[in-house]
Design a protein around this ligand. Structure first.
Ligand code: VG1
Ligand code: CO
Length: 547
């Protein structure tokens, strides 16, 4: 065992979901070690306990795991459960932490950010409930990074992560576990695998799951192909690669191009578009759902899952409540109201759902960024969402598009879109947000063409369980018409700033539900630019990504 002298490295403040930086930054001597020691120094009582460790397989994953194993041993953990080959999807890690009663877990991922030597790397700590560390812990970790003076490690050779089983690292056990088994077993208790299997084995029903060369490949292979009997060709890009095959593992219409092309194919027979398509992100917590020539927006997906939850064995007893992040559309709130259950609006990031789930206040949670999940784990869960949809399809026997259109008829349609301006100059983005903040007090009552501003604030959240307060979570402009515009800066990017503009308009009239989304939102899009000066301040004519 050795104590290595070190000194603080600036910039190690965790963002929306852990610390994310370019691989080259993480490779600097002491960078990873400082952060990991700062995690351990923020925790109490882990001596003799178990840590879960794994990542999304991206470049630097295996090196980081070896480093963290040595540090965990030197810091006094009794045992580390590590996914075979260093692989654990974020929801699977959450599942393993809970099931094996671990003290917590470290997940190595920059999620939807690109990987490879020039890409991004990330690290986050999850607590014993299986969920992302709450701000109290991430604040403590950051404070530790600013005063760190030493880290603890071992002089020891690399551990074999290929072979399942237990080996020793100093006085600590390292158990290499099957990364899929626990998670697959849990999912099988929630969904009707027999019915889904019967659907997937039908010759006239085809699915396409795009793992984007990220972590869900092995999970999809085991669950959709092996357990449920879908043809092997149902999973594409199923082998995890350190650089995700050069792609951007973010399941949206821009980056999941291959899936979208497949799902919009015009041919006939086996050349025609499959009935159901889905994709997941780098670490397997996001999901994109696509019907035949029909993309389901994540906000609608959450609402549809909630409205159909009674059809699913694991949720047939009813939902306790539905939670969504603030920028996510209010479509789910309408379902909650119809069901007579509570709805919650939290800041962006899954860490804010943990208390609601632990306290039994919410069963389903979702974010507009393609994350949905439930109280089965404490993370969003991509494969779970796909199974949920497949279970609904198996019971209802209708197409994805028919189910969504029927949903709009029942509840009305929340036209919704997010416009991302990626890699914007940080100073310009900060100035844009500062300008909006300064105008908050004078906006209410102002009239812009057909719209009158009814409210304007910077979203602050008081956790209903522990009373903790989070401020400056996004600028909300509420309009008298019921529409709204939200402005936020991303907390997961690693280059410049990413401005996210969220646009929402409710339409009750079913005759108007067929309008194309960007067209339906055009006046709001123009108003967002007028209020924030997006084009002028960022120098961008249009968003980088529209979801
Ligand atoms: C984004 C999404 C947010 C999500 C977060 C982590 O954060 O907007 O909803 O929770 O990514 O998702 P931001 O701060 O960039 O808007 V994942 O799948 O990248 O861990
Ligand atoms: Co993710």
């Amino acid at each position: 065992m050795k104590t290595v002298t070190t000194s603080p490295i600036p910039g190690q403040r965790p963002g929306t979901s852990g610390l994310r930086k370019k691989v080259g930054v993480f490779q600097q001597p002491g960078y990873l070690e400082n952060f990991v020691q700062s995690i351990f120094d923020s925790l109490e009582g882990f001596a003799g306990q178990t840590l879960v460790l794994g990542g999304d397989g991206r470049y630097y994953n295996l090196d980081a795991i070896q480093t963290i194993l040595r540090m965990a041993a030197a810091n006094g953990f009794a045992r580390v459960l590590v996914g075979q080959g260093g692989i654990l999807s974020t929801p699977a890690a959450s599942c393993v932490i809970r099931k094996r009663k671990a003290f917590g877990g470290i997940i190595l991922s920059a999620s939807h950010n690109p990987g490879g030597p020039d890409g991004d790397f990330g690290i986050k700590y999850n607590a014993g409930n299986g969920g992302p560390a709450p701000e109290k812990i991430t604040d403590a970790i950051y404070a530790n990074t600013q005063r760190i003076a030493r880290y603890l490690t071992l002089d020891a050779p690399e551990i074999d992560l290929v072979t399942l089983g237990t080996r020793m690292l100093g006085a600590m056990q390292v158990e290499v576990i099957d990364p899929v088994a626990d998670h697959a077993e849990l999912l099988a208790t929630l969904f009707d695998f027999e019915r889904i299997g019967a659907l997937l084995r039908r010759p006239d029903f085809r699915i396409c799951f795009d793992a984007m060369h990220a972590v869900t490949g092995p999970y999809a292979q085991e669950i959709f192909v092996k357990r449920l009997g879908a043809p092997a060709s149902s999973v594409i890009n199923g082998v995890p690669l350190p650089d995700f095959g050069g792609g951007h593992p973010d399941p949206n219409p821009t980056y999941a191009e291959e899936l979208v092309k497949t799902m919009f194919a015009e041919g006939s027979g086996s050349q025609s578009a499959p009935d159901f398509g889905a994709a997941s992100d780098g670490d397997g917590d996001r999901n994109m759902i696509v019907g035949r020539r029909f993309i389901v927006t994540p906000s609608d997906s959450l609402a549809v899952l909630a409205a159909n939850a009674h059809l699913i064995p694991g949720y047939a007893a009813g939902l306790k409540g539905i939670a969504r992040s603030m920028p996510t559309s209010a479509a789910a709130d309408r379902v909650a109201a119809a069901l007579g259950i509570a709805s919650f609006e939290t800041p962006t990031g899954w860490k804010f759902f943990g208390n609601l789930l632990d306290a039994g206040k919410a069963t389903l949670c979702g974010e507009e960024s393609a994350g949905t999940g439930s109280d089965h784990v404490r993370e969003k869960d991509g494969v779970w969402a796909v199974l949920f949809w497949l279970n609904i399809l198996a019971v209802r026997g209708e197409s994805v598009e028919a189910i969504v259109r029927d949903h709009w008829r029942r509840f009305g349609r929340n036209f919704y879109s997010r416009h991302d301006y990626e890699g914007v100059d940080s100073a310009a983005a900060n100035a844009l947000m500062a300008h909006l903040r300064e105008s908050l007090a004078t906006l209410p009552g102002r009239v812009f063409d057909a719209e009158t501003v009814a409210s304007a604030d910077d979203f602050a959240y008081t956790d209903p369980v522990d009373g903790s307060v989070s401020t400056a979570q996004g600028i909300r402009i509420g309009l008298a018409s019921g529409s709204r515009i939200v402005f936020r800066l991303s907390g997961t990017g690693t280059e410049g700033a990413t401005l996210r503009v969220y646009l929402e308009r409710f339409e009750a009239d079913a005759a108007k539900h067929g309008v194309e989304t960007q067209q339906a939102l055009a006046p709001l899009i123009a108003l967002a630019d007028r209020l924030a000066g997006i084009r002028e301040r960022t120098g961008r004519e249009r968003p980088t990504v529209i979801t």
